[in-house]
Ligand binder design. Structure first.
Ligand code: FAD
Ligand code: NAD
Ligand code: FES
Length: 283
């Protein structure tokens, strides 16, 4: 059992939790995640470790309410406990001094980008960050990213804060202005990561993306999180979540993410009706 010691609403439907998990906090490196289960027989869902407090043995999780399990988690209060937390999982981000890096964050994917940007800054990189959200109230971790970025630009689709447009609109402008980038890291919705890759492709600047397929066991055994990289099958939970963006088959990833929509919708409806949703993907 892992007790929740702090909870804060960062934005509509986005909640930040600090959770007791001393062993995970000790071992964590940027880019890694946990798989959690709220109850016996409950669905297992992956969440990025957005930060850790090693002294207090805490990990930070930032969760967007999109379906049954994220809704159940978001409804937990301080003092409640998460039944299982497995981690840290995944291959840590490859951090080195690349020179100047672009850190591109879309929506709740900002929780993934923040620890990576911080590690890149600590390794001596110049970090230029673009943080995109649909509107001002959905921007998260801007203050934290400001601290670890040499430059932070915020984009909103409705123009309510910063540059009006998508993260890729500003990234394209930066590249057309001849800004020198040595490496780009992107995390967010899959169509966003695909769009970042297409903007970067003509420039041949290495572009790493953090993929978010559906996961179950997180150990490379079930095959649920498989993705095609350069036409070869890779298991995101152990060989990822980060891959060379130019090599990813995004269409396949999006199709696999859509596979359980009817079951996911049903589980959420049952949960909202107070009937419990069961194991949305495992039934
Ligand atoms: P479901 O009912 O299972 O799904 C609801 C909707 O979300 C559906 O439209 C479904 O297609 C979509 N969905 C389901 N699983 C995923 C997924 N893996 N990625 C994208 N969309 C999905 N979410 C966060 O809020 N914060 C994080 O830090 C975070 N980190 C992640 C790290 C990794 C390595 C991965 C693989 C995913 C991460 N996610 C994160 C996504 C999160 O795991 C899903 O949103 C969650 O599993 C949905 O569960 P649910 O039961 O609430 O919704
Ligand atoms: P969103 O749909 O509000 O998009 C956020 C921003 O991303 C937009 O404002 C825009 O700037 C950019 N963007 C989105 N679609 C784009 C496109 N087609 N082209 C160019 N730019 C685009 O984001 P949200 O509602 O916060 O959703 C976050 C998504 O990130 C969810 O699908 C979630 O599952 C996923 N996620 C990914 C990871 C990961 O590891 N990559 C981790 C957590 C969540
Ligand atoms: Fe089962 Fe990756 S989640 S193999």
């Amino acid at each position: 059992m892992h007790q929740i010691v702090a909870k804060r609403e960062l934005a509509p439907a986005i909640t930040r939790f600090e959770v007791e998990a001393p062993r995970i906090a000790r071992k964590w490196q940027a880019g890694q995640f946990v798989i959690l289960r709220l109850s016996e027989g409950g669905e297992r869902i992956p969440l990025t470790i957005a930060d850790v407090d090693r002294e207090r043995g805490l990990i930070t999780l930032i969760v967007q309410r999109v379906g049954k399990t994220t809704t159940d988690l978001s409804n937990l209060e301080v003092g409640a406990a998460i039944r299982d937390l497995t981690g840290p999982l995944g291959t840590p981000t490859h951090i080195e001094n690349f020179g100047t890096v672009g850190a591109i964050a879309g929506g709740v994917g900002t929780a993934v980008v923040y620890p990576i940007a911080r590690a890149l800054k600590e390794a001596g990189n110049r970090v230029w960050t673009i943080l995109g959200a649909r509107s001002r109230e959905l921007v998260i971790l801007a203050e934290e990213l400001q601290v670890v970025s040499d430059e932070l630009a915020i984009t909103t689709e409705d123009g309510s804060l910063g540059y009006r447009g998508l993260v890729t609109d500003l990234l394209r402008e930066w590249l057309e202005q001849g800004r020198p980038l040595d490496h780009v890291f992107a995390a967010g919705p899959v169509p966003m990561m695909q769009a970042v890759v297409e903007v970067m492709r003509p420039y041949h600047i290495p572009t790493t993306v953090s993929l978010n397929p559906i996961m179950v066991d997180g150990t490379g055994m079930c095959g649920c999180c498989r993705v095609s990289i350069h036409g070869q099958t890779k298991y995101t939970c152990v060989e990822g979540p980060e891959f060379d963006g130019f090599a990813v088959n995004f269409e396949e990833l999006m199709a696999r993410l859509r596979m359980y929509r009817p079951q996911e919708r049903l589980a959420l409806e049952r949960c909202q009706a107070g009937k419990g949703g069961g194991r949305s993907r495992l039934k």
